[in-house]
Design a protein around this ligand. Structure first.
Ligand code: GLU
Length: 549
């Protein structure tokens, strides 16, 4: 067979050579040992936690080593593409702080190793397809869907491995006349790789996450180009990662089964093999057993979920870091204020079997992250979230930034900051009572007469002086407690509760309920200071009227 003639026949329009491309995309000028890596998602419109795990791993590896991170859009599967998906992808990754040094952007491409969208790279793939054909390493296959399924059925019936290999690879050695006849008839064809591997042979391979692997050679003549001339993932991976000078491929371990083929392909093309970082799937506990997070069953797989719940980006980031490198938590404890990018990240610490996602832990991390923010930042992020997901609350926050910031400053700073908020969604419940429209009617315990509570509130109003400091304010609450025959001695009360009609805690609760509508709130004195004298008095007065009804 004259392979050169076959190459000319199949790819008459290819004018560039591999040498031209080598020149066009020179080796990168990066420091020795720098990691050049990429995110190569398919634009399906669904951006998930796995993308972020992969994204942060790549981002850390690249930037920690003084290397490069780029974004390549793998849009070869036009059938799966959703309109606007590329924008969603770029925006979501940006939202989570993944900064690309080059690649696809909202306004086209940035960088000299592009195009970075695979559908725009057809010419480039064809240069290498032609080369492989001319060297007898690839050939056209004209099998129809029906022929391929019949083959599969037969293989299944014979209990043989399925796929296009060995005697089933019926177009592997067909004469030129057969090929010519099919082309003349205008029949569609795919380009297949001519595998020289055997499943009898094994070799050792080192993966940065999985460790030492024993791999069986590939014997299947996989498809390189589909009938529309667009490459499969495998072929595009080899060509793109070579020409874009990727040093490390960070990807999900669902690609492990085709790794033997990828290794073969790099060899056949004469490309240096990159290093591989195969990340295990995200798992979760379902009852007592572990399973993979699933798109269908687990809303928390989608990144939109975290935004809508109101997890700050930093919290998701920190949580993922704890998932990837278990020593991150200790590091954070020792360096509470450090920039997380100064943490020495290592891909080798990833769990080869996949990380266990734990929502409760994320909530915990998020509480800590928010507790470390200053009030101004909390206000800014909360308001941004509320404007999108709770516009009514957003408008309230927006109307008086100073008021909201004072509320959010309660218990912030110091060694033991309050941890009321895990997500922005929690904020309305926590602080809504400051706003008249969200104030709930107080629900007093049936144990005390309405008249007694009203009496306490009247006494409180009579002695209330907005200018009092916290100690004077509390001394007055205690005085009222004693006037009505309740006790301020909590120890004595605990020892013999029946000896007292009530305590200073009950008196405080009456006032707290009147002012906040809740039995739980941040420090009541501070709450009143923020609400101001008039609103505090008004609320207590309203409650007294309510008690009289
Ligand atoms: N487009 C592939 C995917 O989304 C990329 C895998 C890779 O990073 O190589 O799974």
């Amino acid at each position: 067979m004259d392979y050169q003639a076959l190459a000319d026949l199949l790819f008459p329009d290819v004018t560039m050579t591999p040498e031209d491309l080598e020149k066009k995309f020179p080796l990168r000028d990066v420091p020795q040992g720098a990691v050049v890596t990429r995110m190569a998602p398919s634009p399906t419109g669904f951006v998930h936690l796995g993308n972020l795990v992969q994204g942060l791993t790549s981002e850390r590896m690249a930037h920690q080593s003084g290397g490069v991170l780029f974004l390549r859009v793998e849009d070869t599967d036009a059938k799966r593409e959703v309109p606007g998906a590329v924008e969603v992808l770029i925006n979501t990754l940006k939202h989570y702080g993944i900064q690309f040094d080059e690649g696809a952007t909202m306004d086209g491409d940035s960088g000299i190793y592009g195009p970075y969208r695979q559908r725009q790279r057809a010419d480039i793939y064809h240069v290498y397809a032609r080369k492989l054909v001319s060297e007898g390493k690839a050939y056209p296959c004209f099998c129809t869907e029906e022929e391929l399924s019949a083959m599969r059925e037969q293989q299944e019936a014979n209990k043989e491995n399925t796929g296009y290999y060995g005697k089933y690879a019926i177009w592997r050695d067909r004469p030129m006349e057969d090929i010519q006849a099919q082309l003349d008839a205008g029949n569609p064809w795919v380009l297949r790789f001519r595998s020289t591997g055997s499943i009898q042979n094994q070799f050792k391979f080192d993966d940065l996450v999985k460790g030492k692997l024993t791999i069986t050679e590939n014997d299947i003549d996989h498809v390189l180009l589909k009938s529309d001339g667009i490459p499969t993932y495998h072929f595009a991976h080899a060509v793109d990662d070579h020409l874009m000078r990727t040093t490390h491929v960070v990807r999900g371990d669902e690609w492990l089964p085709t790794l033997p083929f990828h290794i073969q392909l790099f060899q056949a093309l004469g490309f240096k093999l990159p290093k591989y970082v195969h990340i295990g799937p995200l798992m979760k506990m379902d009852g007592t057993s572990k399973r993979k997070l699933s798109k269908r069953k687990d809303p928390e797989l989608a990144l939109t979920f975290y935004k809508a719940e109101g997890f700050p980006v930093e919290a998701v980031y920190e949580y993922i870091m704890t998932l990837l490198n278990s020593n991150f938590e200790d590091w954070r404890r020792a360096n509470p204020d450090a920039d997380p990018t100064t943490f020495p990240f290592s891909p080798k610490k990833l769990n080869p079997a996949g990380s266990l996602f734990d929502y409760a832990k994320l909530v915990d991390v998020s509480k800590n992250v928010i507790s470390r923010m200053d009030a101004g930042k909390v206000y800014r992020l909360l308001t941004e979230w509320a404007k999108e997901f709770d516009p009514d609350f957003g408008a309230a926050l927006d109307a008086d930034p100073d008021f909201a910031t004072r509320i959010l400053a309660i218990g912030r700073g110091g060694k033991k900051p309050r941890k009321d908020l895990a997500v922005w969604k929690d904020a309305k419940d926590y602080m809504g009572f400051f706003y008249d429209q969200y104030l709930e009617k107080p629900a007093f315990e049936g144990k005390y007469d309405a008249s007694l509570i009203a009496d306490v509130l009247n006494r409180f109003l009579a002695s209330f002086d907005f200018a009092d400091d916290a100690n004077t304010w509390f001394a007055k609450v205690k005085a009222i407690t004693e006037e009505i025959g309740f006790t301020t001695d909590m120890k004595a009360y605990k020892a013999d509760p029946d000896a007292f009609p009530g305590t200073v805690a009950d008196v405080s609760t009456f006032v707290r309920l009147a002012v906040t509508g809740k039995t739980n709130s941040p420090d009541l004195y501070t709450v009143m200071q923020i609400l101001g004298e008039d609103r505090t008095r008004q609320r207590i007065q309203d409650t007294i009227s309510l008690l009289k009804e």
